[in-house]
Design a protein around this ligand. Structure first.
Ligand SMILES: Cc1cc2nc3c(=O)[nH]c(=O)nc-3n(C[C@H](O)[C@H](O)[C@H](O)COP(=O)(O)O)c2cc1C
Length: 238
């Protein structure tokens, strides 16, 4: 029998729990097209928000707020802002990419029963937050961690989440009454879904494929492949 160090034996999750964590990670999708109109119960939403609130944050500043948007008029206004920005973004592509871009389903603002705006207050915790001296944007990174916690918890609950970033922040600010200097960091659509696809929509649409992980891992210096990791990845299933 192989020797299992005590620390590993005592702190690791059970194999079944671990499978659950990885299932949520690999089975999480950005959902746009598969939303059902069934309401998300308040207690489920509360669990998702609590998961987000337990994210790591620089200096424990917890820079986030969560605006739960049920109002249809507000959502319709966000959807109009999305259409304006999508049409502007389309001009950045040449044909045939432009038409392909315009055919993609890139939001579920009105189909999802709930929308959620996650904001980031760069001033929370005062002018000298522990850990922000060299990298000021760590407040934004922290808020992104909260979004990811919510996204994974939602997958565990069977709730789909779609991130809509194709909206001008100034428009979101105006619609939702977000004051300066608070940033509207993530605009999310949430709801139960008809299915979670196995692969990202953009991969299935032929827009872009997942990169080989082995090519992205370097050893000791930028650009030097880590052959041990690469060989292990090639042997492992995932
Ligand atoms: C910061 C961020 C912004 C995103 N914005 C959009 C968006 O505006 N519209 C969209 O359809 N998907 C958006 N996505 C989803 C990505 O396209 C998606 O995560 C990626 O294609 C991988 O698919 P998966 O999340 O299903 O694995 C965004 C994702 C992130 C992390």
């Amino acid at each position: 029998m192989t020797h299992v160090p005590r620390a590993r034996a005592s702190f690791a999750l059970s194999p079944q729990e671990r499978r659950g964590v990885y299932r949520a990670i690999y089975g999480r999708r950005d959902v746009r097209a598969q939303f059902l109109s069934d309401p998300v119960p308040d207690r489920v939403l509360a669990r998702l928000l609590r998961a987000a609130h337990h994210a790591p944050s620089v200096g424990f500043m917890q820079p986030w707020n969560f605006i739960v948007i049920r109002d249809r008029a507000a959502r319709a206004a966000v959807r109009e802002a999305f259409v304006r920005e999508r049409d502007r973004a389309a001009q950045l592509y040449e044909e045939p990419r432009r038409s392909q871009f315009l055919e993609l389903k890139l939001e579920g603002i009105l189909e999802a029963p709930l929308n959620l705006c996650v904001t980031c207050d760069p001033e929370r915790g005062g002018p000298h937050v522990l850990g922000r001296s060299a990298v000021r944007e760590t407040d934004i990174y922290s808020t992104a961690c909260a979004v990811q916690n919510l996204w994974l918890a939602a997958r565990a609950e069977g709730v789909g989440v779609g991130w809509v970033s194709i909206v001008q922040p100034a428009e979101l600010r105006a619609i939702l009454g977000i004051p300066e200097p608070v940033l509207p960091l993530a605009y999310l659509c949430l709801g139960y879904v008809s299915e979670f696809k196995d692969t990202p929509d953009l991969a299935r649409a032929g827009w872009r494929q997942r990169l080989p992980l082995g090519d992205l891992v370097f050893g000791d210096r930028w650009g030097a492949p880590d052959l041990r990791v690469r060989a292990t990845l090639e042997r492992a299933e995932r």
